[in-house]
Ligand binder design. Sequence first.
Ligand code: GLU
Length: 269
Amino acid sequence: MYRGRFAPSPTGELHAGSLVAALASYLDARAHQGEWWVRMEDIDGPRCVPGADQTILQQLQRCGLQWDGDIAYQSLERHKAAVYSGTCRNGLQGKSARAWRFNVQAWSAKRGSPWVQWTDRRLGAQTQNVLDEVGDFVLKRADGLWAYQLAVVVDDSAQGISHVVRGQDLTDNTARQIMLQEALGLPQPVYLHTPLVLGANGEKLSKQNGAKAIVLSTETAVCQAMNQAAAALGLDTRSAPLNSLAERPSVVAIWTAQWAQREATKIAA
Ligand code: GLU
């Protein structure tokens, strides 16, 4: 059973790079006759922008990317039982507040090696020495918020996610997440990291460096954004361009078929 997901952080609207990750995870799920879920990664409350979740969902719908099931909210649905009371937020008995860290040295000793090896469907064999290249990493921040690394691993497992398709900027996190899965006895999903979309200045598009939200106000704009995202994934948008909103289902079906026919490892870098 294939279950994939798109897991945006509602810190702003989708930009061209996040649309590529959304489209890739959607097409991969559909090509496997699988489910495609959307999870709002709003665990880092202070970084979230009110209303951005609704805007992202509208953007996905405008692009014809319809999800399965209910939208999961990381903050609400998965960590209710563990909502932090705030006891140690300002330090306990005069000591300053401390983060919880994953003891990479101890876990490496237990599993026999600090090296994590895994295979990305597009990038191939990956290896990282988590002890030397990363070191201990935060599971819960000193301000009481659960860190992304732990939240994503727990939620992917709780939701039964079998395949993770996400942007290449997250590749470097995967070894840490695999270590956490091992330590918690959780299954390891299959990973595919999609090509980065570079801005005109050659820098990767991200909200941090001011990537603009995709414009979807007109029919032409939607088609253009979708064609660009599909082209970034190496799909043949010349023979199957999206030219109107009415064509969304049929063109996305053609792209899904193209995706299915092709080995994911042949996605253009
Ligand atoms: N929420 C993360 C982001 O928007 C993605 C997490 C993931 O796909 O693992 O960058």
